[in-house]
Design a protein around this ligand. Sequence first.
Ligand code: NDP
Ligand code: AKG
Length: 479
Amino acid sequence: MSDPHLNLINGAWVPGDHLSENRNPSDLADLIGLYAAGTAGDVTAAAEAAAAAQPGWFAAGPQARTDLLDRIATRIEAEATDIATMLAREEGKILPEALAETRRAAQIFRFFAGEALRMSGEALASVRPGVDIEVTREPVGVVGLITPWNFPAAIPAWKIAPALAYGNAVVLKPAELVPGTAHMLARIIHEAGCPAGVFNLVMGPGSVVGRAMVEAPQIGAISFTGSVPTGRAIARAAAERMKKVQLEMGGKNPMVVLDDADLPTAVAACLNGAFFSTGQRCTASSRLIVQAGIHDAFVAELTRQMMALRVGPALAPDSQIGPVVSAQQLAGNLSYVDLARAEGCEVIGGERLNLPTEGHFQRPALFLNARNDMRVAREEIFGPCAAVIRVADFDEVLAVANDSDFGLSAGICTTSLRHAREFRRQARVGMVMVNLPTAGVDYHVPFGGTKGSSLGPREQGRHAAEFYTTVKTSYSFAG
Ligand SMILES: NC(=O)C1=CN([C@@H]2O[C@H](COP(=O)(O)OP(=O)(O)OC[C@H]3O[C@@H](n4cnc5c(N)ncnc54)[C@H](OP(=O)(O)O)[C@@H]3O)[C@@H](O)[C@H]2O)C=CC1
Ligand SMILES: O=C(O)CCC(=O)C(=O)O
């Protein structure tokens, strides 16, 4: 669809109150398109349409839901190159990563096409004679999905697909920085035959559209991924209105390298976990906790490989690291590079890069000699920066890894089964990786964390049913 790109409300494309520019962070001269910015009134219209359409959508039955999700998956696959090109252009992920993310979005729809058929319940005998009990799952109703900029295809997909599979209607608000991918997904969902009102897209600023979604009485549940402060504000507002919430927020994920690690495996896992996708992943390895015996060899090899990474435009075939998503995010990253120096770290890399196109380019950075009490080891940076913390033994590894306000993902590189097993058991996080990067998860298993990283039921896999359905217990006495 050509400019301007409109919101989808009750099956129709409607303008907002103004248009927002979508610009390419690899090349600020590239105006990708103009996107409608919705109003609180648009959210009300979308929420009312969703509330009106939802009972019919659930009543249509599992075959209708599975068929729709399957058609959406097929269309995403068919348009994967165009979607990935949009994703790379607006978010800055290099094209191979953008393609992998787009295919993952299709796989997620395909997975939940199957789950729609598997919505199950339980039949139990009552403790009272002659009484039967059924425990069934029903849709929540209308769900509001508020998504971030760093996974413009996969995160909307892993919220939209289970919501629709279990019979809910949806209002989606994508991040303002990446409306293009969300708009393509919305068009595909619409063209795949989603009934009017069942899926609605309202683009626009979080402070207007996101806030109105949290306040809308028709929306019974909010699933959010983004920053801790926004997540906290949403949780407070939702609690006041007795809404269900699911929040996925930050991470300060430890990646442990023990003396007995295979060095090439450890370096590959850390390079990927810390710097790929420009470090803009809540699962990024931002604290590298390295045992003293392997420390110097590990740092030397990781530094060599990090400095060889080619930073460049997302669509250039030889780029390995794309730009930072925005000027604001880049300024934040650079201020953490300065802070690392001020806190006493030796900094390798991290400088702003001026390339032929005007974009937000930064060389990846290592903060050596970091301590776990430094701000650079405690606060989420969300850029291509990792703090290296030297530790003496396995007890110190566990203490440092768990000493964080976050608890999303944790990794360990070791050849010791005993240490791997102990780490899996003791790490206070939602996801543990052994000899693998902390980032880059499968699409059919639960995703989420502990402590400040997550609130509410897990996302993804069949565990998603906990958030997108509500449980009903029915008692019957046949007489
Ligand atoms: N866990 C993760 O995966 C992510 C973490 N982050 C962290 O957050 C930092 C800031 O990124 P940023 O994009 O500003 O993150 P935000 O938390 O502000 O944005 C996430 C989503 O929430 C929306 N939003 C913003 N304000 C409100 C509100 N008051 N009510 C409802 N929705 C709202 C945003 O809309 P809009 O875009 O229109 O403002 C966006 O869709 C990053 O540096 C990073 O540390 C960011 C993205 C993803
Ligand atoms: O690591 C991944 O595959 C997913 C990360 C993610 O969901 C995020 O950064 O928000």
